[in-house]
Ligand binder design. Structure first.
Ligand SMILES: NC(=O)c1ccc[n+]([C@@H]2O[C@H](COP(=O)([O-])OP(=O)(O)OC[C@H]3O[C@@H](n4cnc5c(N)ncnc54)[C@H](OP(=O)(O)O)[C@@H]3O)[C@@H](O)[C@H]2O)c1
Length: 291
């Protein structure tokens, strides 16, 4: 299976590219400056010239706070660009996977979000990602839009790396305890997307699909486990969202219902504790359990 991955240096893009030597997999990655969703790019030529069996879009404008002030850039990268890519894939009859986010929801439901729940984003990032989902599915009705959440990896900009840095520098940390989600390791997500790509190629239906780690927690719970796994004893105080103002509002409880992925595609990601341990070990900081 020849896969065209859009994105090179991002967390998910790197995790996908790291799987390029798996048996039966050939991978071509394209990212900036060759593919820049903020500039006109001949995506049809790229897709037509590469002739992939599957296209995976791992590129996104993920800076949630910055998106509030860079709406047009966020829209170009999260909606307009992916839609153009989806059109190019559809024109070639090529299966397409686009990745989206739990932040398309406002978090006020009070129970797990499934794929039938209407979107209700509370910030520009979520709004432009929701626009992207709709635009991709309109351009390529067979596309699979995989919503995931709280992505982290051994490299890149993410919560795990921030907590390890702050946990080593500071005497105590204060972390929000009233937002809940499913921390999802990029490698586990990449594995699932490759399986889903095979399924799409075999004729499985596309549409919206929730793909995230098993288990859930708060940012405070996640931070506590990160420090514990890395052997750091820095205390972590739980605080409320209102104690930690951010440029973009955050949804409070975006835990995704994973039933469709399990029942229709047989996809179950590892529990987040297990993936976190693997990530910390890969970073050379963990695999140890303190306390
Ligand atoms: N990070 C999270 O917590 C999270 C949570 C839920 C869902 N998701 C979704 O998961 C997917 C993967 O996210 P991630 O965490 O891997 O993101 P990331 O680490 O921030 O990487 C973003 C990728 O997008 C590329 N990109 C940014 N602007 C671009 C542009 N103008 N044109 C083309 N490419 C551009 C970047 O390219 P460069 O390498 O050139 O910078 C990078 O490869 C995204 O769809 C995201 O919305 C992420």
């Amino acid at each position: 299976m020849k896969i065209l991955v859009i994105g090179i240096k991002g967390q998910l893009a790197r995790a996908l590219i790291a799987r390029r030597n798996r048996p039966g997999i050939e991978m071509v990655a394209a990212g900036r400056p060759q593919v820049d969703f903020e500039r006109p790019t001949a995506l049809g030529d790229l897709v037509g010239g590469t002739r992939p069996d599957l296209v995976i879009n791992a590129a996104a404008f993920t800076a949630v706070d910055r998106a509030e002030d860079e709406v047009e850039a966020a829209r170009a990268v999260n909606a307009t660009g992916p839609a153009a890519l989806a059109r190019a894939a559809a024109a070639g009859g090529i299966p397409f996977i686009h990745v989206s986010t739990d932040y398309v929801f406002d978090g006020a439901k009070g129970s797990l979000y499934d794929e039938t729940d209407p979107v209700s984003p509370v910030n520009v990032y979520g709004r432009t990602k929701a626009e992207g989902e709709a635009a991709v599915l309109a351009a390529h009705p067979g596309a699979l839009v995989a919503r995931t959440s709280w992505v982290y990896a051994p490299e890149g900009v993410n919560f795990v790396r921030t907590m390890l840095k702050l946990g080593a520098e500071r005497d105590r940390l204060r972390v929000v305890a009233d937002q809940q989600g499913r921390p999802t390791e990029a490698g586990a997500l990449a594995d699932a997307l490759l399986e889903l790509g095979q399924a799409l190629r075999s004729g499985a239906p596309g549409g919206l699909l929730h793909v995230a780690a098993e288990g859930d927690t708060s940012w405070h719970g996640f931070a506590t486990e990160i420090l514990r796994g890395a052997g750091l004893s820095t205390p972590v105080d739980p605080i409320a969202t209102s104690d930690f103002p951010t440029r973009a509002p955050r949804p409070s409880d975006t835990r995704l219902d994973l039933s469709r992925a399990r029942s229709e595609y047989g996809i179950v990601l590892p529990d987040w504790h297990e993936s976190l341990e693997r990530c910390l070990a890969a970073m050379g900081t963990g695999g140890r359990r303190a306390g």
